[in-house]
Structures are given as C-alpha cells and as structure tokens.
Design a protein around this ligand. Structure first.
Ligand code: NAP
Length: 255
C-alpha cells in the first residue's frame, strides 16, 4: 500500500477525477476526506470506500468560502490529528469568451478554481509545516499551459493554479512540503459531458476532441488518479513545482 495510514483531503472528491482518486487513495491505505458541496454524492463515495473496508468521511464544503474551508480543516484535524495530502481538485468550467462571461461567472470561477486552491492550501499548510512533511497536489489543466477558445475565465484560473503551485513549492520546500500540478487533457467526467452537451452535435464534438489527442481517445478519471497517486506517494519524493500532463500527448504538438 503506497499511502498506508496517511490522511488525505480531496476537494471535489464526490465526482469525476476526485471520486476516482478518493477510491484509489483509499485502496492504497489512505484515510480519505471528501470535500464538496453536494452531500448525497459525497456520502455515496464515502459509502463505497467504507464498503471496501476503507476509512472515509465527507465534509460539506464550498471551497470558495473561507469559513467553510476553515471548518473542513478543523474537522479533519479533530478527527485524524494531521493532514498528509491535500488534493485541490474542485473546479467549475464555464464556456465563454471575455465578452460572454458575466462578472458573476468570472468571480465564481476564480473564486472556486483559484481562490479555493489558495484557501485550502492556506489553512492546511500550518499543519504540514508543524510536522515538516506534506504533499499538495493541484488539478490544473492543459489550459494551465495553453489557452483554449471560449474558455477565458477557466484559462485564467488554471494558469493561476499552476503559478500558485510553483509559488507554494518554492516557499515551503524547506519544510519538506512538495506541491505539484496535474494538467489533464479531456477526461470523461460530468464536467466534460456538460461542455460536450453544449455543442450543436455532442457526438461529433466528442469524436473531434478524441482525435485531437495523439493517443486518439479521451482520458479516464483513473488515468488522472494514477498520476495523483504517484505525486502523493514517496515514489515522487524528489518531485516538486512541476506541471504534470496527463493529456494523451496533446501538449506535445498537433496531430
Ligand atoms: P466534475 O466531475 O464536475 O467534478 C468537479 C468537482 O468540483 C465536483 O466534485 C464538485 O462538487 C466540485 N466543486 C465545484 N465547485 C465547488 C466548490 N465551490 N466547492 C467545493 N467543491 C466544488 O469534473 P472533473 O472533470 O472531475 O473535474 C475535476 C478537476 O479536473 C477540475 O479541477 C477540472 O478543472 C479538472 N480538469 C478536468 C478536465 C476534464 O476534461 N474533465 C480536464 C482538465 C482539468 P460539488 O458540485 O458537490 O461541489
């Protein structure tokens, strides 16, 4: 078991990539704390982990709200006494250019994707510093490294997530805290489904997207969870401040 007895917080652990990671981390021996807004999906994942004899809890949390993030971290410390791994994975992904994006949409996306990552990191770090040990993993995107059409707010937020990852990696390396950013390509999750369903022909849009990835397919949530496991485990003990693509080769060049 690669994460035996470690305590992990996974934001957005009740869906898609976060859910696959919660299930994998639990199988690898971690106690898993799932944070998200939707309690019924959160309890479902917690139930699946407990059925597999793992240990899990769900803490209803909106990561864009400081008091809720503080409550999340305090609850975890009270129950488990420490936090070994923080996976900042929750995000929103609206479609639109700057002109199509309302001020509310902009602040919701930045508030969840970037400020949410900042807040969770800020509340968790003191507990990691105290133990001189910790791993922070942020879900960026290929959009952290290249813009995509009609995704202005998302592009800005994910670019910010990558630079925040590097800042944290630099500032806290002396405390043996590692921070890395996973940059997924298209992954089969409810978020991607929502985006595809907004296309005039969702099936054609899906085929086109798969074709744009050199490996010729859309990724699975487990593809990303496996990278998160590597970054969470001691196997990556000399890896920090990186952008790790899990993108079927799309950042490598045009097909
Ligand atoms: P998903 O299934 O829609 O999951 C998104 C998660 O974020 C949900 O669990 C949602 O839970 C949570 N969330 C959203 N707003 C939140 C908030 N304010 N507070 C707490 N939790 C919140 O989508 P996914 O594809 O797995 O996305 C996971 C991550 O991968 C995101 O960072 C996304 O940007 C990134 N990503 C996805 C793809 C892709 O193609 N799918 C590609 C690149 C990067 P609640 O609604 O219950 O709060």
């Amino acid at each position: 078991m690669k994460l035996k007895d470690r305590v992990s917080i996974i934001t957005g652990g009740n869906s898609g990539i976060g859910k696959a990671t919660a299930l994998l981390f639990a199988r690898e021996g971690s106690k898993v704390v799932i944070a998200g807004r939707n309690a019924s999906r959160g309890r479902e994942v917690m139930g699946a982990i407990k059925n597999g004899r793992g240990e899990a809890m769900f803490v209803k949390t909106d990561v864009s709200k400081s008091p809720e993030v503080r409550n999340l971290v305090e609850t975890v410390i009270k129950r488990f006494g420490r936090i070994d791994i923080l996976f900042n994975n929750a995000a929103l992904s609206p479609v639109g250019t700057v002109l199509d994006t309302s001020e509310k949409e902009w602040s919701d996306v930045i508030g969840t994707n970037l400020t949410g990552t900042f807040l969770c990191t800020r509340y968790v770090l003191p507990h990691m510093i105290e133990r001189k040990k910790g791993v922070i993993i942020n879900t960026g995107s290929i959009n952290s490294l290249m813009a995509m059409k009609k995704e202005a707010a998302y592009d800005a937020s994910k670019g910010g997530v990558l630079m925040l990852t590097r800042a944290v990696a630099l500032d806290f390396a002396e405390f043996n805290i590692r921070a890395n950013c996973i940059c997924p390509g298209a992954i089969e999750t409810p978020m991607l489904r929502d985006i595809l369903n907004q296309a005039p022909d969702p099936e054609a849009a899906e085929a086109d997207l798969a074709r744009k990835h050199p490996l010729g397919r859309i990724g699975s949530p487990e593809d990303v969870a496996n990278m998160a496991l590597f970054l969470a485990s001691d196997e990556s003990s000399f890896v920090t401040g990186t952008a790790m693509p899990v993108d079927g080769g799309i950042l490598g060049g045009w097909t």
